[in-house]
Design a protein around this ligand. Structure first.
Ligand code: HDD
Length: 713
């Protein structure tokens, strides 16, 4: 998918420049200490005699070891595992009517971005394919300052108030007594908390769906989650919800596959993003907004300030306003991906907050966390965090200050510095908070408009296809099956029954228990101790029964391109070379990637006597790392009957509903696998190089999976 020749060329030119620079530097690039002293021996420490003790005087050894000892910084308390890339954002359509943010006004502005994707619960070194929410953080380096859209790949959240965030995270993280399990929610403390928090039910439906196990970071939607505000030059406000829609569609893997990927390649998503960008297949998302006039704040059945609710696209359509392209991998993981500091409070004039109590808490948390993680209030000076807008203020000093501030004036107002730096008037771009009217009593309460915990969970469940519903049921059976405390399982079933009785009954069946007839007390309704006994979670009738946008399979953004999909060719010596070549050419011209798999690395020799380069051996390759599989023709292919990994490869492909194509002798291999029960996802031809075969294969692969097969397996 070469989407921009120009960007490819830029990227290539930059790389060439780097190489040339390195070449010229290499001539006079000596190893030095951090003080610039050239090092003569980087292999031996200074000793009293060649077999004697090391000398404290060895400043070279001490500097090297001391630096090494301090190379790690604390990993993020959440979202520790991340993968990131550089790119740009382009506006299709001016939003001037709604916001004065310049990067959303002028369609000629190309705004640089840095985007970090993450899992939430796992440590920095954990697997990519954990069942989890994915972070989707975008830093826009705008001319008016940095704007961070720090969202997730799901449009709602587990809790309504920031007060519960430490509880949620303590519950989902590995249990504190034995530090297990890593990166997973399938354990007692998580479900204990969830089963006592009815407000989490909508998000639980998303987290148990295939959204929590994406095929690729490039195939996920992104959401700002909270309702924000756009504010225009007339100081008029519109509520806004942000959406990122991936050009490659929204796709997931299946849970059995996810678990196997974790074993075969725990960097599956990281590698996929890296390679796509290296190969010039730049991932793209369109930015969409749902806009709601200030006057409509109370028009809906749900509260716009409640982060456990979404605004159905059927009620407020998503307006596509721009496009983001990721076209450059970071040069250094630590310097960029690890040290980048996002903050929902990094806004620019024209974008403002609402009183969503989860967002309000976040506005405190992110700067605070950078202080302990990055270690200094000067984290804005780290290159990846620097604004491209001019920056002047009277903040000074602190650990590791980079800027050398000159002059004697570091206060405002001043006359000695000529009054600089000046405050900016509104028409000079000064940030002014939206002047929302507030007339209230100081209370520690949850609004009753937040009390509906189930109806949007039901809306989500009802919007799924039966296949997707089945995946949710299986995910819940898996997660609760790992929970050891019976009371927690039962309590969760009680909450699930408020979403959909059949769902609860089906999950219960898998657990070998029944759904309790009443919800156990006491239960948390998001209120304090005094009110807890009085308030019940409510169910509000929704304006719509089902929303296609919530289903990955019905979703409009589902794309049927096979661009960047990976196809395994199961080969051996004696394979028919033209069978390989023709299918490879057809797939590659549709944008897919092909890997030749064989019993050994190096090269194999085709029937025609030509050498074919092998990409992976059967020891390394696995079906779960590919989207589809092809078995070419040729006498030699029949030898694969004796390779145990080949049958396992095809069986897994079949089990995970992938498309399998075979021609000539390749079709015989299917007879030793489950794919012998041919369905329309198993595409075969007796002829070598059959054009119909490749055409059908490409067309079918565009559907991502043959989900109907699940009934069979
Ligand atoms: Fe958060 C990181 C997204 C609620 C406190 N959060 C973090 C990241 C993402 C989100 C994507 C990773 C940023 C990166 O890549 O560096 N968080 C969310 C979303 C939320 C949310 C979409 C709800 C809608 N978060 C939330 C709450 C709090 C935090 C309610 C605390 C009151 N989040 C943090 C944090 C982190 C963080 C502890 C850890 C590392 C960091 O901030 O920079 O401050």
């Amino acid at each position: 998918m070469k989407n921009s020749k120009e960007s490819n060329q830029d990227h290539y030119d930059e790389k060439q420049k780097d190489l040339e620079l390195n070449k010229s530097n290499a001539d006079n690039q000596f190893l030095t200490t951090n003080q610039g002293v050239k090092i003569n021996d980087n292999n031996n420490s200074l000793k009293a005699g060649e077999r004697g003790g090391s000398l404290l005087e060895d400043f070279i050894l001490r500097e090297k070891i001391t630096h090494f000892d301090h190379e790690r910084i604390p990993e993020r308390i959440v979202h520790a595992r991340g993968s990131a890339a550089h790119g740009y954002f382009e506006l299709y359509k001016s939003m001037e009517q709604y916001t004065k943010a310049e990067f959303l006004n002028d369609t000629n502005i190309k705004t640089p971005v840095f985007v970090r994707f993450s899992t939430v619960a796992g440590s920095k070194g954990s697997t990519d394919l954990a069942r989890d929410v994915r972070g989707f953080s975008v830093k826009f380096y705008t001319q008016q300052g940095n704007y961070d859209l720090v969202g997730n790949n799901m449009p709602v959240f587990f809790i309504q108030d920031a007060m519960k965030f430490p509880d949620l995270i303590h519950a989902v993280k590995p249990e504190p007594h034995n530090e297990m399990p890593q990166a997973g929610s399938a354990h007692d403390t998580f479900w204990d908390f969830i089963s006592l928090m009815p407000e989490s039910m909508h998000m639980i439906m998303w987290a148990m769906s295939d959204r929590a196990i994406p095929r690729s970071l490039r195939m996920m939607e992104g959401f700002g989650v909270h309702t924000f505000r756009f504010v225009n030059t007339k100081n008029e406000s519109h509520f806004v919800k942000f959406h990122w829609k991936p050009k490659l569609g929204t796709h997931g893997v299946v849970w059995d596959e996810a678990q196997k990927i974790s074993g075969k390649n725990s960097d599956f998503h990281k590698q996929d993003l890296w390679e796509a960008i290296e190969n010039g297949n730049f991932p793209e998302w369109e930015l969409g907004v749902q806009l709601i006039p200030e006057a409509d704040e109370h028009k809906y059945d749900f509260d716009l300030l409640d982060p456990t609710k979404l605004v159905p696209e059927e009620l407020v359509p998503v307006m596509i306003i721009g496009k983001m392209v990721l076209n450059k991998n970071p040069d250094n993981f630590f310097a960029e991906t690890e040290q980048v500091a996002f903050h929902p409070g990094h806004v620019v004039p024209g974008i403002d907050f609402t009183n969503d109590p989860l967002l309000q808490g976040r506005l405190f948390s992110y700067t605070d966390t950078q202080l302990s993680r990055l270690g200094s209030p000067n984290f804005h000076e780290i290159p990846i965090n620097r604004t491209v807008a001019p920056m002047h203020n009277n903040q000074r000093d602190g650990h590791m200050r980079q800027e050398v501030n000159t002059g004697r004036v570091a206060y405002h107002p001043n006359s000695l510095g000529g009054g600089c730096p000046f405050q900016a008037k509104i028409d000079q771009g000064g940030f002014v908070s939206f002047n929302e009217r507030i007339d209230a009593q100081k209370v520690r309460e949850r609004s009753t408009s937040f009390a509906d915990h189930f109806s949007q969970a039901t809306l989500f469940y009802n919007s799924q296809t039966p296949i997707e519903q089945n995946h949710i049921i299986k995910a819940l059976r898996f997660e609760l099956g790992k929970v050891e405390t019976l009371a927690i399982r039962e309590r969760t079933l009680g909450l699930l029954s408020k979403i959909d009785t059949t769902l609860a009954v089906k999950v219960a069946k898998g657990l070998g228990i029944t759904v309790p007839s009443t919800l156990e007390k006491p239960i948390n309704h998001g209120v304090g101790a005094d009110a807890n006994d009085k308030q019940e979670p409510t169910n509000v009738k929704q304006a719509i029964k089902s929303s296609d946008a919530l289903s990955m399979l019905k979703n409009k953004t589902l794309s049927d391109t096979i661009a960047t999909r990976q196809v395994a060719f199961l080969c051996a010596d004696g394979v028919n070379g033209s069978s390989v070549d023709r299918m490879k050419k057809a797939l590659e011209s549709a944008g897919a990637g092909v890997k030749i798999i064989a019993p050994h690395l190096g090269t194999i020799v085709s029937e025609e006597g030509n050498e074919i380069k092998v990409d992976q051996s059967y020891l390394i390759a696995a079906s779960v790392l590919f989207d589809a599989v092809f078995i070419p023709s040729g006498e030699g292919i029949l030898k694969l009957m004796d390779v145990a990994e080949v049958a396992e490869f095809i069986n897994d492909s079949f089990k995970h509903c992938k498309f399998i194509a075979a021609e000539g002798e390749g079709t015989d291999i299917l007879s030793i696998t489950n794919a012998k029960n041919a369905d329309k996802g198993v595409i075969t031809s007796e002829k070598t190089g059959d054009k119909n075969l490749s055409n059908t294969f490409i067309k079918m692969m565009g559907k991502h999976r043959l989900w109907e097969r699940e009934k069979l397996v």
